[in-house]
Each structure stands twice: as structure tokens, then as C-alpha cells.
Design a protein around this ligand. Sequence first.
Ligand code: XIL
Length: 397
Amino acid sequence: MKLRRWLAAGAVAVATVAALNVTPATAGRPYDPAAQSLRDLAIRHGLYVGTAVDMAVLNDAADPRYRELTASEFSTVTAENVMKWESLEPTRGSYNWGPADELVAFARQHNQRVRGHVLVWQNQLPSWLTSGVENGSISKAELRQILRNHITNVVTHFKGRIWQWDVVNEAVSDPWDNPSTLHYKGFWAQHLGPDYIADAFRWARAADPKALLFYNDYNIEAFGSGNPANDKTQFVYDMARDLLAKRVPIDGVGSQGHLGTQYGNYDTLQVAAALKKFAGLGLATAFTEVDVRSQLTAGVQAGDSAEINPRLQASAANFSVLLRACLAERHCLSFTLWGFTDRHSWVPGWFSNPPEGLATVYDENYQPKRAYQEIKADLIFAGPPYVLPRAVQTPRR
Ligand code: XIL
């Protein structure tokens, strides 16, 4: 909806409510925003709210609530694993499209958009590829050709059905890596040099001119020192600026948003300022993998509410920081959770020493947690003048 129409509609609604001194009602029932889904509340702002989807759980007939909530609460979905290279091409030359196609069909059926995840990443690569490079049977020239074919095949397969592609994921090191000066890390940089990033965006654009092409990473929620040698957000910002200067077709930067309550984290205004800075380059932004984990101390595991409550509250506050910052920036197009229930979250399996969990917005029994209520409240109470409808983002040629 156009901004003026949106404001006008709001003004009419306010005037009507004022005149009648009642809340808006549908079919005789009082209007209750808390009874709306996240997706319905978000779309009033033009914002898409999403989740990563585990296809095995989606198809588990013994766990129907997962499928119901995936459909009812979210307007965009991401494959948690089934679009990764090891899943799509476990054997060289033979693609397994089944589970990814199923997710795309599910999304279409439920009027959802799809974030494609992921074309180029150093993790979850098929072993035929990594071992071939290791033992020298795949040369550098061949590796580049293999990457080009992969991007072309995958983007072509899903052409017209992917809203945003994570073209390159997690290409930048962290300050705790060795060497600590930030640099391009991992398999692709090591074997092809950093130019693979520009190539990947160009190949993706050639295969689907309509998808929005994203760079995606973690620990880029806010700017720090401003020195790209140790400020990862600055490093990524400079990278995006340089790609744009070379006319590389990058449309957006995805901030994963994996937070933990044990860390310092950021406030809403810091995160909003970062999103605004990326928008200043002409880029869209998105939160792509949001979860807020906590340490599962002995007390937490024993059910001690004095230990559990502050974690649930801190988690809710951090979800809210990211969502409000996104709402406040018109080029922040979507807010995707990396799973929505503690029953199926990657956190306990991945962060086990010390054990971590409680990272999502529904508990293990699909009861909404405080985090769910807070992000719902954020969607309800947001509006002009600071929260405006999303900007229109068209793919860069
Ligand atoms: C994770 C999945 O959630 C796990 O199921 C899998 O075992 C490992 O990968 N950053 C990303 C995601 O970009 O693809 C990762 O997903 C989480 C971190």
C-alpha cells in the first residue's frame, strides 16, 4: 500500500473509532490484535515474518502442531538444511530436489515467500567436493567451474519461486580467529580467492533476474569500532560498498541475529543505526536466522525459576531489540526466526559445552513464551511516524 493511502486508512480508522467510542469489530466480535498471527500483524507494515523449516519435522505426522504453526504464524520460510549443497547434490552430478521442492510447494500453498538458503558456504559441502579438492583430483580451474554450475543449476531450478537468495554466507572471519585481523575465511576464499564473492552474485543474477540477492552473516547486528580490521559489521559494509562500486548485483545484507543472553548484545537504536547505514548504500536488509539462546545451568536444568525467569526475560528483550530495529528501517524486509520452538532448535545440539538452549519463541510444548508475546506486542504497537510501510526493493541489474 502507498504511504499516503496507508496513513489515510489509519486516520479513517482512528476517526471511526473515536466517533463510535468502540474498538473495531469483525463479525460482532471485538477486535483483538493479540489473537492475530505474527504474519497478519507484520504484513500491516509490509514486513514478512519467517522461520527456518526442518523438513523431517514438517512431515512428521506425530507432530502436527509444527506444520500448523509454520503455516499460520509465518509469511516466509527458509529451508533449515535441504537447500544446502550436501543435501542437494550428495553425489556428484545427481541432484536431490525432493525435500526443497516440497518446501517451495508448501510455501505456495500457504501464500508464503521463500528465502533461498544457501548457494555458497564453507559448511555442509558434499564430501565428493571437499575431498576432491583435498586430494588434488579437482583443480582450482575446475572448482570455479563447479561453483558456477552449482549456482546456475540451483538458481535456475527454483527460478521465479525464490524471493531472496542467500548467495554467499559467512565469508568473513571473527575477531577470535587466528589471525585476529578480519579476513575472508574458509574453503572458497582459500581455494579461489575472495573474487568468488563477486562471481557468485553475477552467476546468481544471470540465472534469476528477479530474486533479491543477499550476503548473509552473523555478528553484524551493529557497528563497533568502525575499523574493518576488528569490526565485522564495518568489514561487511566495506565489502558491500566495494561490490556495488564494481557493479556487482548485490541487493541486500542479511544479519543472522544469533544472540545469547550471556553476552552484552546491543540496544535497539544501535541496531537501527546499522540497518540505516546499509540502507544508505541502497541495500535491503533482513534478519535471517534470529534466535536468542541461554546457558542451561544446573539451576535451569533443575527447573529453578530464579534462574529461568531472567533468561526468558532477557531472551524476549533481545528478540524485541532486533524486531523493533527492523520495523524502524523501511528497507528491512523480513524477520526470520531460526526455528520457532524449543522442541526443534539447532541450539542444544550445536552449543553443548556448556549446554545452551531456550533459544526460540515457543517452548517444547508449543506454548508461546514471553519472547513470542513481546514480538507480537512490537508488531501491534508499531506505526507512524517512526514505523512506516516497507520500501519497494527491486533487484539490481
Ligand atoms: C544450521 C542448522 O540449523 C543445523 O540443523 C545444521 O546441523 C547446521 O546448520 N548459520 C547458518 C545456518 O547460516 O545454515 C546454520 O544452520 C546455523 C548457522
